[in-house]
Ligand binder design. Structure first.
Ligand SMILES: Nc1ncnc2c1ncn2[C@@H]1O[C@H](COP(=O)(O)OP(=O)(O)O)[C@@H](O)[C@H]1O
Ligand SMILES: [Mg+2]
Length: 402
């Protein structure tokens, strides 16, 4: 049995802990607030600010975990290098966690070092630099803080009708990025807007080695997941997503390159845009991806959480197979409150080939994700119809809080 410390205890962490518990492991779930979803199913819990390196050091020394698994980005990840030196396995690796928490590190690695196709981009440390950057990348363009997630601080600069770019719109984007950034990092990235037809997450699993019957390689892929984003968070995801075979091959090659460069074992959510002129690498998370919750609909022989658990523990994954087509649709709160209750579950659960998961978050906020509806059908069915079904069922559930 391994002692695993999970840093971040949200809904993804909760499913991951359940997967670990099914394999007989011991888990300490950490978050900044008490009773976070994963803490409710773990053996022990810690409530600390994970951005505080001293606090992190304290709980690592106290519990002496064999494995540290980050579930979020907002962690003092520089400490991870030290934990690796102490002999603790950091998942997938200290390098991966550090590179992916900063858009600059990962983008430069992908575009410059590995030569992956990305949107044209420039960095800016000041408003003046952003004005220059926008000139280079052109409009429309997306401005993002280098450190942020869930679309925080992100906005699009659009050209005026005559094609010019107003100073006010650049100022607004700069201000918005400053208000949405994590930590005190002021630098932003300006990215050319990719007019994509769809976007996908390619769940990629790196593991020690595959059986020789599978070629003895180390990387496995899940069937691609399609998703739709709104306000910086995903609303629906579906699997498998439609993609041309040559584009899938290209995406898989890019995912292999970038995960190999970042090193380590586990599941990764690699995000791509599919556009008329090909596949663009966007970003990646070295952990289960929220759009991958669709795998809880039994779309695969193993969910993304079960895959992560095996990879993290160094246990083999003989294959990943598509077992059903499926979709997930989020259940959101609409106001601030506590002790939420869920109205409409009776109706929602009356549908066949579907399921409802409630995360058990103690506090609600506008647009906070509180649960997810899963729908599925047999392989070969129309995935769009399954997605529509998930959306319709999700509409039947309402979150009430006091
Ligand atoms: N260059 C771009 N062109 C078009 N859309 C983009 C671009 N960058 C981001 N987006 C949209 O914004 C979403 C969130 O951006 P992303 O870089 O993934 O940030 P986050 O780290 O917050 O997930 C993407 O999934 C995509 O829908
Ligand atoms: Mg993203």
């Amino acid at each position: 049995m391994k002692k695993i410390m999970l840093l971040g205890s949200g809904e993804l962490g909760k499913e991951f802990v359940i997967a670990l518990k099914r394999l007989g492991q011991y888990v300490i779930a950490v978050d900044s607030y008490n009773d976070a979803p994963a803490q409710q199913v773990a053996d022990e819990r810690e409530v600390i600010s994970m951005l505080d390196g001293t606090e992190l050091d304290r709980i690592v020394a106290k519990h002496k975990p064999d494995i540290i698994v980050p579930e979020i980005e907002a962690i003092r990840t520089e400490r991870f290098y030290d934990y690796e030196k102490q002999g603790i396995t950091v998942v997938p690796s200290a390098k991966a966690a550090n590179f992916t928490m900063n858009r600059k590190a990962i983008r430069d690695l992908a575009a410059k070092e590995l030569g992956l196709k990305t949107a044209k981009y420039e960095y800016a440390n000041t408003l003046e630099e952003l004005i220059a950057a926008v000139k280079i990348v052109g409009t429309p363009c997306v401005v993002k803080p280098l450190m942020s997630s869930s679309g925080k601080g992100q906005s699009v600069i659009k050209p005026e009708k005559d094609g010019s770019v107003s100073l006010t719109s650049i100022q607004k984007a700069w201000q918005y990025a400053q208000s949405g950034k994590r930590g005190d990092y002021t630098e932003v990235i300006a990215e050319a807007f990719v007019k994509f037809n769809s976007e996908i997450t390619l769940l990629t699993v790196t593991q020690k080695s595959l059986p020789t019957s599978l070629g003895g390689g180390t990387t496995l892929f899940c069937p691609p997941i399609g998703h739709r984003q709104e306000r910086g968070d995903y609303q629906e995801s579906w699997q498998p997503a439609e993609i041309k075979p040559e584009h899938l091959k290209e995406a898989q090659e890019m995912a292999t390159k970038v995960t190999k460069a970042l090193t380590g074992f586990g599941i990764w959510g690699v995000e791509f845009f599919l556009a008329d002129d090909g596949v663009y690498f966007s970003e990646l998370s070295p952990r289960p991806h929220d759009t991958g919750m669709v795998t809880l609909a039994g779309t695969q022989n193993f969910s993304e959480f079960e895959l992560h658990a095996r990879a993290v523990l160094g246990l083999p994954i003989a294959e990943i197979t598509l077992e059903r087509v499926g979709a997930s649709a989020v259940i959101l709160a609409d106001k601030e409150g506590k002790n939420p209750s869920y109205i409409g579950l009776e109706k929602a659960m009356n549908h066949t080939q579907s399921d409802v998961r409630i995360f058990g978050k103690p506090i609600t906020r506008p647009y906070r994700r509180m649960g997810v509806v899963l729908a599925y059908d047999k392989v070969g069915s129309d995935v769009d119809k399954v997605k529509e079904r998930a959306i319709e069922i999700a509409k039947e559930v309402r979150v009430e809080s006091i």
